[in-house]
Design a protein around this ligand. Sequence first.
Ligand SMILES: [Ca+2]
Length: 194
Amino acid sequence: MVGENAAAAAGGGMMKWLLLFSGIALVSITAYGIYGPEVDNSPKILDVCVEHSPQGLNHYHPWLYININGGAVNIPTDVGVTEDCMYAIHTHSGDGKLHIEIPLSNPMKIKVSDFFTVWDKEFNENQLLDYTVDEDHEIVMTVFPTKEDYVNGTNGVISTDFENHVFSSVDNDGDGIADGDDTVVLIEYKLKEN
Ligand SMILES: [Ca+2]
């Protein structure tokens, strides 16, 4: 009898562990679903053309500045605007002002990499345009919350997201404009400090 009880107790213990383990697995899977990397099913930047129209677009304007070895790089006018297609991120001027126009029917996430794709230039943590990181040079990306901050050199935050930085299309601060509006991304290729 003692043996049977011991077996039952062992069985019960096993069941408890099994339930606990299943519970942990379930919580983990659920948490992954909620907090894990989002599956991005939005179309690729080159697959969508947009048209200027007052309605049906989430239209906002971040800024992009590029600096190589201390010299500003001009970002041309009409990047992402061709005879056949205006892409969801493009320029209309040569001053670094980006236009993002996301069809409301097709809520795409627009990243820094999307601009370089339409521009047909390279950018990642190891390369900026034709310049690659080496033992003396680094690429530093700084994000400023507003153009004014950029001009004043205030509130800049170093980002290691590089090409994966998203120009936020949501309006969490409730001012009616995408929060990526007026933000500045500065990408520098420069001599390592020290
Ligand atoms: Ca906002």
